[in-house]
Write a new protein. Structure first.
Length: 119
């Protein structure tokens, strides 16, 4: 094998860019970075909005649950002739079934009857 040396004619000369071409390339790259940065900011804003809405939804769910509990207690008070003071003291159940059982028992006791669970 023979050693072949590259001559200057074989090596391509580096391409030279005009100032206008360089300016266009730089402007395109800057525009692309601005769009990427704007997208990231937009995602951050949307994520913060989602977090805010999730917190608001959780607060509303808690409020609805409390209103439902108060409505049930009011209905049980009326149905079983329980005073508001007794309801505050004795209707402390964690769920609807417990509150209903407490109200039935308290109502029966206040009327002087022996409590019997509803069937």
């Amino acid at each position: 094998m023979s050693d072949v040396e590259a001559t200057p004619a074989d090596v391509a000369a580096p391409r030279r860019f005009s100032q206008g071409e360089v300016d266009r390339v730089v402007a395109d790259r800057l525009r692309q970075q601005r769009y990427e940065h704007a997208d990231a900011e937009d995602l951050q804003i949307r994520a913060a909005e989602v977090d805010r809405l999730e917190r608001q939804a959780a607060e509303m769910e808690a409020s609805i649950a409390e209103l439902n509990r108060r409505t049930l207690i009011t209905n049980l008070r009326v149905r079983h002739d329980i005073s508001e003071e007794d309801a505050v003291l004795f209707l402390t159940g964690a769920d609807d079934a417990a509150l209903t059982a407490q109200a039935e028992r308290l109502g029966a006791m206040s009327r002087g009857r022996t409590w019997r669970p509803a069937t």
